[in-house]
Design a protein around this ligand. Structure first.
Ligand SMILES: [Zn+2]
Length: 228
């Protein structure tokens, strides 16, 4: 029984950068599917483990690449390198897949990072605007409508991935106060002479004041994320 040799750091980089997409499947057939495969050596020398010499190939293509044939012209290292680089460039159009890994060229990585940052910024902006619009609706109407609450909740449910815990807790607090204000609004609209009516009127005023003050709080919390 043979022991499998340990995976080197460079091989791990190849697996991460290729996302287990085969360079020949992609280069010859436009196939970006995830494959069972291996890390191949472009120069067919298994002792040469420099990153430029490594490439992920599916099992079938690895077999084909390493086979020596007297009749057919085999694949050259230059071809494989070209297909590999094209694959990495293509994966760069999915920046969330690529920018954190290491073997792509610095240029490709920088481009991918820029696209990723731009996409992240857009999504953060959506959350910021939804929150600001929710506050504006509450302050404008002087009350919370159920539709505004649910729109706010669904537009901001990714906050935990796109901002930090502080922002996430803050939006939860906004939501909780919104739910409470909606309840207080409803109780007061009923117009019954409940004994706690004066307390509810007082609480409604306090909540509305609190909402009015949140525009600057939101801005202060969001700015560190939104500045390049
Ligand atoms: Zn393949």
């Amino acid at each position: 029984m043979t022991r499998k040799k340990a995976t080197t750091k460079d091989e791990v980089e190849v697996l991460l950068t290729s996302r287990r997409r085969c360079a020949l499947c992609f280069g010859l057939r436009g196939d970006l599917g995830i494959k069972d495969g291996q890390v191949a050596h472009l120069d067919r020398d298994p002792s040469n483990n420099s990153p430029e010499n490594l490439c992920f190939l599916c099992l079938v293509d690895h077999e084909t690449y390493d086979r020596r044939s007297r009749q057919a012209k085999g694949f050259t290292p230059q071809e494989l390198a070209a297909y590999r680089d094209a694959l990495y460039a293509s994966l760069a159009t999915h920046p969330e897949l690529l920018w954190m890994s290491g073997t792509a060229s610095p240029h490709v990585r920088r481009k991918a990072k820029e696209r990723w940052d731009a996409a992240l910024y857009e999504r953060q902006l959506v959350i910021y605007r939804a929150t600001r619009d929710f506050m504006a609706a509450v302050v404008r109407e002087g009350k919370v409508k159920f539709e505004d609450l649910s729109r706010f909740a669904s537009a901001t449910d990714e906050v935990v991935f796109l901002f930090d815990d502080d922002m996430s807790n803050y939006l939860s607090e906004l939501y909780r106060k919104g739910v409470r204000l909606e309840y207080v609004n409803k109780r007061l609209e009923r117009g019954d002479a409940a004994p706690d009516r004066p307390a509810l009127i007082e609480e409604e005023g306090q909540l509305l004041t609190w909402f009015t003050e949140q525009f600057s709080v939101l801005l202060r919390k969001a700015v560190p994320f939104m500045r390049p």
